[in-house]
Design a protein around this ligand. Structure first.
Ligand code: SF4
Length: 318
């Protein structure tokens, strides 16, 4: 049996208390096409120093992202605000769960400083779920956007938010802060929600994305799913249709990888040609941008993708 222990903040507290007593679930061995760059370059070390010296968390580390060697070498880090502890307990996610600490009022400024030091042209900000806060952390998101705008006026800002379930008015606060890209991931197909994402509601997430566009049509909207969690192909196509009904611009599809044996098993490694096929189908359904590959993650190459997204919107308006 594998016991997951958080040795960084408290050696006695498991990182995922709710998963400790679950049986182990084994995934098949990784295929050749899942290859990642080792995190040992100078750029990687520089990025890590800036993250540490500003006391920040990144989803790159907390979620154990396979692209960290490549992204951090290029000084692309995705900041995770509102702490390192999540109030949900999704079956796929490696972020620590439990009762989070109070918000750090200095965090928006610290994030903005790190963005300036890294010289980012495009930054992605995400967060843990904060169901314990009255507004789900919406105002903190808005403050972070405003702090980055003030410190780095030319940097474009992409946010990847929780679902703000049962947080009336929260979405409006975040949209009013005018991020350039609003991303909210569906994570999986609706039939897998109860097992994979039990604290969320599929149609609430679809509606959230649709509402962003209703509130401010200038904001690009983006969403993503993981495959390899037991979904059927026709279900992925239905998700594409649902997202297009919500006027979502950009779809990402990547392979689910199991963080530990206590997490949901990988049911299948989807081969690269199936990702290419999903990409073609998604474009025919009208997305402005699609990224589908085994190592696609919502923030992977986000800067380059944002430039392509803008160009695609301009071309479609002609
Ligand atoms: S893909 Fe995103 S989460 Fe992963 S290392 Fe790159 S920036 Fe971080």
């Amino acid at each position: 049996m594998v016991v997951i222990v958080d040795t960084i903040t408290n050696p006695l507290r498991p990182r995922h208390p709710e998963k400790v007593n679950r049986p182990d679930s084994a995934s098949p061995p990784k295929p050749d096409w899942i290859r990642v760059r080792a995190p040992n370059t100078r750029g990687y070390a520089d990025t890590r120093n800036i993250v540490r010296s500003n006391g920040l968390h990144t989803v790159c580390e907390e979620a154990g992202c396979p692209n960290i060697g490549e992204c951090w070498d290029k000084k692309h880090a995705t900041f995770m605000i509102m702490g390192d502890t999540c109030t949900r307990a999704c079956a796929f996610c490696n972020v620590k769960t439990g009762l989070p600490n109070a918000l750090d009022a200095a965090e928006p400024r610290n994030v903005a400083e790190a963005v300036a030091k890294l010289g980012l042209a495009h930054v992605v900000i995400t967060s843990v779920d904060r169901d314990d806060l009255a507004d789900g952390g919406a105002e903190h998101f808005a403050e972070t956007i405003r702090a980055i705008r003030a410190a780095c006026p030319t940097t474009t800002i992409e946010i990847l938010t929780p679902d703000f379930l049962r947080k009336e008015g929260a979405l409006e606060i975040v949209v009013a802060a005018k991020p350039d890209v609003f991303n909210h991931n569906l994570e999986t197909v609706p039939s897998r929600y109860l097992t994979v994402r039990p604290g969320a509601r599929y149609f609430h997430s679809i509606r959230l994305l649709q509402r962003v566009k209703e509130l401010d049509p200038t904001i690009f909207t983006k969403s993503g799913i993981m495959v390899g969690l037991g979904e059927e192909r026709h279900e992925v196509q239905q998700v594409m249709d649902d997202l297009r009904s919500a006027d979502v611009d950009f779809l990402t599809i990547g392979q689910y990888l199991q963080p530990t044996r206590k997490h949901h098993a990988v049911m299948r490694y989807v081969p690269p040609d199936e990702f290419s096929s999903y990409e073609k189908v998604a474009y025919t359904k009208g997305f402005l941008m699609v990224s589908a590959s085994p190592l696609t993650r919502s923030s992977h190459h986000a800067g380059e993708d944002f430039a392509r997204l803008k160009a695609a919107r301009a071309a479609s308006a002609r």
